[in-house]
Design a protein around this ligand. Structure first.
Ligand code: NZQ
Ligand code: ZN
Length: 388
C-alpha cells in the first residue's frame, strides 16, 4: 500500500543551455552580499566563473570569494565557510560546482547563525536547525548527487574518520538551481561516469525496498532505463547535448525526494560507500560502484521478487523457462556489464582501500533498516571484504 506522506519541493529550477541568464531574475530577491562558493578551479578554466561574476557585478552585488571547496568537503572547510559568511554578513550563498559545493553551501547555511558546533549538532546528533537559515542558490556543473534539488549535505571529518550526510528539512533546499547541461561537458570522463553511477544508485537505493505496487517504483524503472540509454551515448560522445541533458535531468529526479514518497528505502550502498570514502577520500560515485555488486548479491535472496522485476523491467531479461534466482542473477550480470562499459570502479582496492582498513570501515558503516536484510556488523565486514 502506498504509505501516507507530505510532499513539497521548494527549489525553483532553470534548465537548459540558456539557463544562466535567469540568475538575473533571482539575484534581486536577495541582499547585496553574495558568498561565491566554488571548488578547486574548474570553473575558472571553463569560463563559468567569469560569466557568473559578471552577472553578479551587473546586479550590483558584493562578491565574497569562497573557493577551494574540495570533493567530499571537510568539517575544517565548513568552519572556514561559516567564518567568511559571518564576517561579511552574507545574504546569499551561491554554489557554483558539483554536489560538494552545493552540499557545503547548505551546511554553511544552517550554521552561520547557529551557536553550537555544527558537526556535533547536525552530523553526530542529527538535530534540525533552530536558527535562521541563509538562502542557497546553485549553479550546477556536474550531474550526480541531486544536491541541486534536495536538502542533503554530506560532510567528511578526517580526524574522526567519518563521512556523514544529514538530510535536512525542506527549508534547507536551495531556493533556486540553474542546470545547464553544457556546463557539465568539461567534466573529466571519470567524473562523468562516477556521477552516472551515483544517479543510478540513488534510484536503486529507493527501489530495492518494499514489495508494494508503488507508483514510485514505476517512475524509478523509467528513470533507470533513460539513464542507461543516455549514459551509453554520452560515453561514446561526451558532447552529445541530448544525452548530457537527459542525464542531468535524471540526476535531479533521482534524488529530489519524489521517488521515495510513500515507500520505504534502503541506502545501505551509500552507508558502505561513505564509510569507505572516509578512509580513502575516493570519488563518491566510485565508492558506491565498488561495493554495489557484493551488496546486491548478498541481499538478493531476501528481496528476490524485486530483483526479478528489476531484471525484467530494467534490463529486459526474458524469464521464460528460468528460475527466479536465474532471472535475478541475469539482471545483476546485465548491470555489471553496463557498469564496466561506463568505466566505474569495480572494487575498493582500485580506490586505495586495504585489508587493514576493513575493520575501521565496518565500524564507520551506519546500519539502516529499510532494506531487504538488516545487516549485522559481521555481514557488513563480509560484504566489504568481497568488495576489495
Ligand atoms: O573542484 P572543481 O575544480 O570544481 O572540480 C570538481 C571536482 O574535482 C570536478 N568538476 C565538477 N564540475 C566540473 C568539474 N571539472 C570540470 N568541469 C566541470 N564542469 O569534479 C570533481 C568532483 O566534484 P564534486 O562536486 O565533488 O562531485 P559530486 O557532484 O559527485 O559531489 C560529491 C559530494 O556530494 C555528496 C558526496 O558524498 C560528495 O561529498 N553527496 C551529496 C548528496 C546529496 N546532497 O543528496 C547525495 C550523494 O549521495 C552524495 O553523498
Ligand atoms: Zn550518492
Amino acid at each position: 500500500m502506498l504509505g501516507n506522506f507530505s510532499y513539497k519541493n521548494a527549489t525553483k529550477l532553470y534548465f537548459g543551455d540558456d539557463s544562466l541568464k535567469y540568475l538575473n531574475d533571482e539575484l534581486p530577491k536577495y541582499g547585496k552580499n553574495v558568498q561565491l562558493i566554488y571548488g578547486g578551479g574548474s570553473i575558472k578554466k571553463n569560463g563559468i566563473y567569469d560569466e557568473v561574476v559578471k552577472i553578479l557585478k551587473d546586479n550590483g552585488k558584493n562578491v565574497i570569494e569562497d573557493g577551494g571547496v574540495m570533493p567530499n568537503p571537510t568539517v575544517e572547510k565548513l568552519y572556514e565557510g561559516i567564518r567568511i559568511a559571518r564576517e561579511n554578513e552574507v545574504d546569499l550563498l551561491l554554489a557554483v560546482g558539483g554536489g560538494s559545493c552545493c552540499d557545503y553551501a547548505k551546511a554553511v547555511s544552517v550554521s552561520v547563525n547557529c551557536d553550537e558546533d555544527p558537526w556535533d549538532k547536525y552530523y553526530l546528533r542529527f538535530e534540525e536547525p533552530t536558527c535562521e537559515i541563509v538562502p542557497v542558490g546553485c549553479i550546477l556543473t556536474m550531474a550526480g548527487t541531486g544536491s541541486e534539488m534536495n536538502a542533503g549535505a554530506v560532510i567528511t571529518n578526517h580526524e574522526q574518520k567519518l563521512k556523514i550526510g544529514h538530510v535536512f528539512g525542506e527549508d534547507v533546499m536551495p531556493k533556486f538551481s540553474i542546470l545547464n547541461p553544457v556546463f557539465t561537458m568539461s567534466l573529466p570522463l571519470r567524473q562523468m561516469s562516477a556521477g552516472i553511477y551515483d544517479i543510478f544508485n540513488h534510484i536503486c537505493e529507493q527501489y530495492f525496498s518494499g514489495e508494494d505496487d508503488n507508483t514510485s517504483d514505476y517512475i524509478a524503472e523509467a528513470l533507470m532505463k533513460s539513464l542507461i540509454h543516455s549514459s551509453l551515448i554520452a560515453i561514446e560522445d561526451p558532447k552529445d547535448y541530448e544525452a548530457r541533458s537527459n542525464i542531468m535531468w535524471t540526476a535531479t529526479w533521482a534524488l529530489n525526494t519524489l521517488i521515495s514518497r510513500g515507500k520505504s528505502t534502503d541506502w545501505m550502498v551509500h552507508m558502505l560507500g561513505q564509510a569507505a570514502g572516509a578512509y580513502t577520500d575516493a570519488t563518491h560515485g566510485m565508492t558506491l560502484s565498488a561495493v554495489s555488486l557484493p551488496y546486491y548479491r548478498y541481499i538478493m535472496p531476501y528481496g528476490l521478487a524485486k530483483f526479478v522485476r528489476f531484471a525484467e523491467n530494467v534490463w529486459d531479461i526474458c524469464s521464460e523457462g528460468k528460475t527466479d534466482e536465474q532471472v535475478a542473477e541475469e539482471g545483476l550480470i546485465a548491470m555489471e556489464d553496463w557498469m564496466k562499459k561506463i568505466g566505474v570502479a569495480m572494487n575498493l582496492t582500485e580506490l586505495g582501500a586495504t585489508e587493514g582498513m576493513i575493520d575501521g570501515i565496518t565500524d564507520a558503516t551506519l546500519i539502516l533498516e529499510g532494506g531487504y536484510k538488516v545487516l549485522n556488523k559481521d555481514e557488513v565486514r563480509q560484504i566489504l571484504k568481497q568488495s576489495l
